[in-house]
Design a protein around this ligand. Sequence first.
Ligand code: NCD
Length: 326
Amino acid sequence: MSIDVERRPELENFPENPFKGEHIISVDQFTPEKIDYLFGVTRKMREIVETIGSTDSLKGKILANLFYEPSTRTSSSFTAAMERLGGSVIPINEVRYSSVAKGENLPDTVRTLACYADIIVLRHPEVDSAKLAAEYSPVPVVNAGDGPGEHPTQALLDLFTIVDKFGRVEGKHIVMVGDLKYGRTVHSLAKLLSIQDRVKITFVSPKDLKMPPEILFRLREKRIDFQEVEELESTISSADVIYLTRVQKERFENQEEYEKVKNKYVVTPETLTLAKKEMILMHPLPRIYELSMAVDKDPRAVYIREQMRNGMYVRMALLAAVLGKV
Ligand code: NCD
């Protein structure tokens, strides 16, 4: 089945699929036009899944899912995405059972997988690991999280969730809460929002876990209206989106420091009594202390029903686009 993407007038600059053959390393690669294109394909993918479940557009294609760090959603949604498109997956979730455990370096592992697979999805604990992998890989590499660096496909699904809910992101107030220093999802999302018009961002974090200066610099350069605060309460009532994150325990050198901040923000049903009726509460998950399970029933909580499922649709769109099948 071929996938017809509805072309909007602003896509005219891209008569061809702009992702074909590209490595996906950072949100810096995206433009509003490319995102529009991808979200058009994403909607199509959702329709396919909801109507017929799967298609065979990537039949015969193989994805290597190379994960050096734990993952539930990212890894399984890439697998589901590939399989719903008719392709198959080499899962390497436990690098300790691969030659990595014998000391093999990343370029060699990636060049090996590129002999067997058409695309490599990589999660690795070091910043810039995906960039390094892409330098060696003859097949496209998709960054599924490079330590505290970036998580571009998560940012795409997050933005898709916001746009899908409100129809647009312009004029919206996005509040990002938690570990903004080590959280790669918020790094990518903040950068992705910097190319949108008229968004307002509030960063809520303990003072030791603030958004990195280079990202704030970027936002200033793009004239994004943002502020940094330590308290969540004062921002809740004006938020259109609250994007909550866990404190990234594994990135702390000193566990005492982690203990001091792990409970700083906890969202409960009571917190949401202060929030707008039509706002949404997002979380990339996993949650640890910061989000009470009692919130899940609130219709504004989209992290399980929408956000997570959108991850599969966006990744289906991206895989099909990168492999040139849209
Ligand atoms: C995030 C990650 O791995 O960065 N999870 C995800 O991909 N959905 C968030 C996190 O681990 O806190």
